[in-house]
Design a protein around this ligand. Structure first.
Ligand code: OGA
Ligand code: MN
Length: 197
């Protein structure tokens, strides 16, 4: 775990993002599949009173995780994030207070158009992380995460390989999820510089 966190810190220092393969084994991923039987809600766009479902923008379904009392099968993942949070603060003085995360399920033919994870009037989301939790994924399944820079050039196209994790500085990278041709399962979240709620 330490070496994976160290590699992420090094990558983020150099380029602002990092992609780690094989954070989880096939056995661990298999155990996590039961989480996806939970009662997911349609993900919305916008904030508070402007919140609305718009499948032309995003078509995923989400289920929020209680990070203080996580499901047993997510304990390793939450520990990893706690560790990463401390390292990010020690190395980059980000002042991250806590993190939030949800499971996300993208049905076949859904996508999430290019967006920035920071809300216009709320700059508290500072670091984005995404763990890919489906048990199998092939190039033909689509669902790539495309990371852009602020000029709109492609920085990296990521195939959501099972057990991998992508993370990046929320402010610096607009990104999109291309159309999926198989159900795409992930855990996505944000490190915050403010206490949430
Ligand atoms: C998001 C998001 C990317 C992904 O939920 O904000 O951009 O690869 N997810 O699932
Ligand atoms: Mn996003």
């Amino acid at each position: 775990m330490q070496s994976k966190v160290d590699q992420i810190i090094q990558d983020v220092g150099l380029q602002g993002w990092s992609l780690t393969q094989n954070i989880f084994t096939q056995d661990q991923l298999h155990l996590m599949q039961e989480l996806f039987d939970s009662d997911f809600l349609p993900a919305k766009v916008g904030k508070s009173h402007q919140l609305q479902r718009n499948e032309e923008i995003r078509g995923d379904w989400i289920y929020w995780i209680d990070t203080l009392n996580p499901p047993f099968v997510l304990e390793d993942l939450i520990n990893f994030l706690e560790h990463l949070k401390q390292s990010l603060n020690q190395n980059f003085f980000l002042g991250i207070k806590e993190f939030e995360c949800h499971l996300a399920k993208y049905p076949v033919n859904s996508f999430y158009k290019t967006h920035l994870d920071r809300f216009e009037k709320d700059s508290s989301r500072s670091f984005t992380f995404i763990f890919y939790l489906h048990e199998a994924w092939d190039k033909k399944d689509g669902g790539e995460l495309v990371l852009y820079n602020k000029s709109g050039d492609v920085v990296k196209t990521v195939l959501p390989a099972p057990g991998s994790m992508l993370c990046f500085m929320s402010e610096d990278f607009p990104h999109e999820v291309k159309t999926c041709f198989r159900e795409r399962r992930s855990l996505t979240g944000w490190m915050h510089t403010k206490i949430i709620n």
